[in-house]
Design a protein around this ligand. Sequence first.
Ligand code: ATP
Ligand code: MG
Length: 588
Amino acid sequence: MHMGNLAAAPGLADAPLIRFEKVSYAYPGSDRQVLKDIDLTIDRGEIIGVIGPTGAGKSTFCLALNGIVPQFFSGTFFGTVAVAGLDTIETPTSRLARLVGMVFEDPETQITATTVESEVAFALENLKVPTPDISRRVRDALAMVGLTGYETKHPANLSGGQKQRLSIASALALAPDIIVLDEPTSQLDPAASEDIFAILLKLKRESRTTVVIATHASEELAQIADRILLISDGRIAAEGPPSDVFSASAMLREHRVRPPDITQSFDVLRRHAGWNAAAALPITLPAAVAAVATLPDLEIAAGSAGKPRESKTTAPALSVDNLTYTYPDGTEALRGIDLTIGQGEFVGILGRNGSGKTTLVRHFLKLMAPTTGAVRVTGEDIAAMKVSEMARRIGYVSQNAHQQIFSDTVAGEVGFALSMMKRPKPEIDAAVEKSLALMDLAWAADRHPISLSRGDRLRVAIAAVLALEPQILIFDEPTTGQDWRGSLAILDTLKVLNGLGKTVVLVTHHLYLLPGFTERLVIMNGGKVVLDGPLRQVFYESARLKEAAIIPPQTVRFAEAVPALRGLSPLGPRDLAERLGLAPEVAA
Ligand SMILES: Nc1ncnc2c1ncn2[C@@H]1O[C@H](COP(=O)(O)OP(=O)(O)OP(=O)(O)O)[C@@H](O)[C@H]1O
Ligand SMILES: [Mg+2]
């Protein structure tokens, strides 16, 4: 059969664009089916949100949409996938690539060129797009993802989120009929994440682009998706409009999926106010604000806002004075930072992609030397310290920790540093066992790290750091690609360690995770610290946060819009429940 004829054939105009028929799949060398009996059709112009726990098969599902599974991976594939009438097993992937643009979970695996603009141009040249069109399309795509000005930079020298923006730009430039995105915004700052979702909606409306997006960003998905697929253990566990799926909180929780912040908070409020529990829960912020206006007046005692924590002054654990750093290519990444983090603090560092967060924390490990200024760890200038000495004091989980592999088993990986330090074997074994248990990885002890999902590999890197029992912990975006329960487990572990007196620094874009964990927030923008204070205060600095590309959690924005809630300044669903004196189990 020939595609050209098919597309023109009468009666097929309304045929589904994508069809899965009884699709099951196992990766080579494994008899575990990662996809099980998937039956599904997707129409042109639909936006499909794919949600589900880590390891459920979401990435494999995405790869099956353009033939990479099974053509590149081989393995055992049953059933058929047809895209615009083309069978994905028989059609060359180069042909499918014209139809289906892909944004992979890990941008590093996708980037090949030596400048940002040539990276985007590369695929267009492959598709033989005329040269004058190429430069315009490259320019437009880079503008869409906020990378204008970075055209000549080497992609390896971009920040984590900038790399992710680049791989989105490459897919957008192709203007494919179908765009498949796997966790495309996991490392983006909140404003950029909103922008990407808005672009996808625009593509659907203006070009009838079909979008399949796997993501943990429930809030954004609730706003743009036509249909949600919940994939769990390889099956479609639920399917329906976002309003149905995202309001089914018990079902979502069972599958480790986080309902939108506002849905959870509205549920808390509804119980407090005794509103009709049969009415559907809103899944977007505007819907929640509109719903409140139609309900009986909320009565909330003002002044229950709680007492501010007394600030504890402790000896400094980490500090920098007038720190600046300029990369060899001239990028001024840090422009004069003064910051002190006390021993025993739990601090969150937030900021726009490229604002200098990673550059800052790498200084504490002496992985880079200041251009000007001083760096101190527990009061001592680190200029004279050895890097190995730093590594013993500070446990560092880098932004791409999931890519480091030193050993061929997970247990070996976790004990690697200890064995390099020639510690006795029983001591190493005990430390490894303890750390694996903390990260819920005992099951993986004998697996090769490479066979794990991205999220699980990152948890291996965290376990390896915990095994060293450092006094100071610096985690750079440790919840990237983790499902809700996995993210909370990482934060819970950090909280326990903080309770034992350890200093914790957490770099993240996931603000909604922070309430109940971090006490202090440091916001960076353009290589400077622009806000620094208690969580409850900083979350409500909406104007200044906006300048720094930070969007506060929906619960905060809801409280800003609803007068009765303002005095309470809630931070999230769980915090709202606590402040209203409700049992915590009604939230979370
Ligand atoms: N090796 C490098 N060479 C040149 N410039 C770099 C290099 N690494 C980062 N940069 C640039 O320095 C600036 C700060 O980058 P950094 O990685 O510290 O940002 P970040 O705040 O951690 O961002 P993200 O949220 O995306 O992780 C960015 O403009 C980035 O492009
Ligand atoms: Mg970073």
